[in-house]
Design a protein around this ligand. Structure first.
Ligand code: FAD
Length: 396
């Protein structure tokens, strides 16, 4: 059996590995020339934890994870306004929470693929953007650009190409039908800054600000991961995307304190900067094409479980599709995957939308309320309530 997987993010890497282990021939096509170095700090908890343990990925993730003691909110003068002990958050999230940058998570998944799958079974093609797909009586065909370009045929096409999925657009219809903008944008980038690195070590530090929030975490090698979330009514219009993201961030985040100023001084010209959104679709499979991860069920960073769901969903798809031994079995298998997995993703999406309304305080009153709620976390019982609000509903 042959599969083409489009996108070597977390979902694509795990799906390709699991099918390779089950004996499939897999082409994994990724448009980036190499594993993407850019990213943000991710909390890994929820259903991906059990799935990662089961497929033998968890220890690799744990080996590169960071230690976090607290989530702290600081004001524009750098003073601590409120904080939450990380162990409270971890307890509510099911005890096992790993914090690691997105590129480290992807590198661990890639290493697990290349180390564990028999050589030649999964061809990982970087610098291989998929430009066109056909899914008809003749089977699945995929046109891959590159030097040289190539057309691949397969028994199943797995679109793991993220929130702006081209496979989804070609097989299921235009993005606008499925893209649900949550009123914010998020930017993320990594800078090398030894002084800030020392200042923020072992904590998630967030600005206690209105309509905008900058967050920092110290990485190894004197680096700092920065995350910036800001309200944006325009959403994802062509006009917004054509402006320089760095200039826009400097404008949006002016006056939020010396740490914000410093990371924006060092910000690359084109940092990751995208709409905070969910993908909501009536169906994830059509013919011999199935979507997985953000491509069909993005929950947004607000739900904090996108990476976790990407791993768990891709592992489940591998479990169900792996034993299929004839092209006739593909349709029923991918339908079963969707039937089983959709309710889990929908629950997490509901939690993400609920959090969207309170994630960025709109005024001084809302900000005061957040400070007050967090300061109440030293009261037994309240700490769990607050952490649960931050974590959202943990998918099972
Ligand atoms: C700022 C931010 C913070 C987040 N924080 C967390 C968190 O704390 N915890 C958590 O669990 N989740 C978090 N998430 C969500 C998480 O990052 C995603 O849900 C997860 O990475 C989705 O993985 P994926 O493999 O489905 O998609 P992606 O990671 O988007 O991978 C898609 C891949 O497809 C490739 N691709 C696209 N088009 C093509 C094409 N035509 N041909 C070939 N390749 C193509 C892309 O280059 C990319 O490598 C966060 C997200 C953001 C934006």
């Amino acid at each position: 059996m042959r599969a083409v997987v489009v996108g070597a993010g977390i979902a694509g890497l795990v799906a390709a590995r699991q099918l390779g282990l089950a004996g499939w021939e897999v082409d994994l096509c990724e448009q980036s020339p190499a594993p993407r170095p850019d990213g943000y700090m991710m909390d890994f908890f929820g259903p991906g934890v059990g799935a990662a343990e089961r497929i033998g990925l968890y220890s690799r993730l744990a080996a590169v994870a960071y230690h976090v003691e607290a989530i702290e909110y600081i004001d524009v003068a750098g003073r601590l306004r409120s904080s939450l002990a990380y162990h409270t958050f971890a307890r509510v999230a099911g005890g096992k929470v790993l914090s690691l940058p997105r590129p480290d998570m992807e590198r661990a998944a890639l290493a697990a693929l290349t180390d564990d799958v028999a050589p030649g079974r999964v061809r990982v093609r970087y610098g291989a953007p998929v430009s066109q797909v056909w899914d008809d009586e003749a089977g699945v065909r995929v046109s891959v650009e590159g030097s040289p370009g190539v057309t691949l045929t397969a028994d199943v096409l797995i679109g793991a190409d993220g929130i702006h999925s081209g496979v989804r657009a070609q097989v299921f219809g235009p993005k606008a039908q499925y893209f649900r903008f949550l009123g914010m944008r998020a930017a993320a980038f990594i800078v090398t800054e030894p002084l800030l690195n020392a200042r923020f070590r072992d904590r998630f530090v967030l600005t206690d600000t209105i309509d905008r929030m900058a967050g920092f975490y110290s990485l190894r090698s004197n680096q700092v991961a920065a995350l910036m979330v800001y309200r944006d009514a325009a959403g994802e219009t062509g006009d917004e995307r054509s402006r320089s993201p760095r200039e826009r961030l400097r404008r949006e985040f002016a006056g939020l304190g010396d740490a914000v100023d410093r990371v924006l001084e060092l910000c690359p010209e084109h940092p990751y900067d995208d709409a905070v959104a969910q993908i909501i679709m009536p169906g994830w499979q059509k013919g011999r094409t199935v979507l997985v991860g953000d491509a069909c069920g993005a929950v947004s960073l607000l739900a904090g479980q996108g990476g976790s769901l990407a791993i768990a969903g891709a592992a489940l798809l591998g479990d169900i599709l792996g034993p299929v031994a004839s092209p006739k079995g593909v349709g029923p298998a991918i339908a079963e995957f969707e039937r089983f997995w959709r309710p889990v993703v929908e629950d997490a999406q509901t939690a993400g939308r609920r959090i969207a309304s309170s994630f960025l305080p709109r005024n001084h009153v809302q900000r005061f309320l957040r400070r007050w709620i967090i300061s109440a976390t030293h009261v037994p019982g309240i700490d769990r309530m607050v952490a649960r609000r931050i974590v959202g509903k943990i998918a099972k």
